[in-house]
Design a binder for this molecule. Structure first.
Ligand code: DAT
Ligand code: MG
Length: 152
């Protein structure tokens, strides 16, 4: 049985700088996912450390914190059946050289440290990341006319 889920998706500073916000949102919309929260924001060092805590101590960690706080990002929450795994597939492998064509990183990026987007990797990460970036009052609950055509 499918499970209606929410996931956290972020267009990172490189995606915003390269004017890819619209095309990333389009890919999610075209897939049939529902946007339930979104904002353009500058990540503070404190939020960056909390978001990427799992990578503390890794060789790329300091650079990652510097990069993610360097200019604005677009933070979003998307909703749909099995959306967490689906969005990870749409994003593609962490290293864009290995990401398959058709995926965001496979089509639009060439370097791991500049891989355009972040997507939650599990139900626990999604809940944690949504809580870090959004307050409950920022989420919208609504129906789309085409929902009937997407699901049985
Ligand atoms: P993902 O973003 O696919 O979930 P991750 O959680 O393993 O990947 O790493 C978070 C980010 O850290 C990743 O998007 C880019 C950066 N990163 C990961 N591994 C790296 C590496 N070997 N060199 C440079 N940056 C890296
Ligand atoms: Mg990750």
């Amino acid at each position: 049985m499918n499970i209606r889920e929410r996931t956290f998706l972020m267009v990172k500073p490189d995606g915003v700088q390269r004017a890819l916000i619209g095309s990333i949102i389009s890919r999610m919309e075209q897939k049939g996912l529902k946007l339930v929260a979104m904002k353009l924001m500058q990540i503070t060092p404190d939020l960056a450390v909390r978001h990427y805590g799992e990578h503390k101590g890794k060789p790329f960690y300091e650079g990652l914190i510097e990069f993610i706080t360097s200019s604005p990002v677009v933070a979003m929450i998307w909703e749909g059946d099995d959306v967490i795994e689906m969005v990870r597939t749409l994003i593609g492998a962490t290293d864009p050289r290995e990401a398959v064509p058709g995926s965001i990183r496979g089509d639009l990026a060439v370097f791991t440290g500049k891989n355009i987007v972040h997507g939650s990797d599990s139900l626990a990460s999604a809940k944690r990341e949504i809580g870090l970036f959004f307050g409950e009052e920022e989420l919208c609950s609504y129906r789309l006319p085409h929902e009937e055509s997407l699901y049985e």
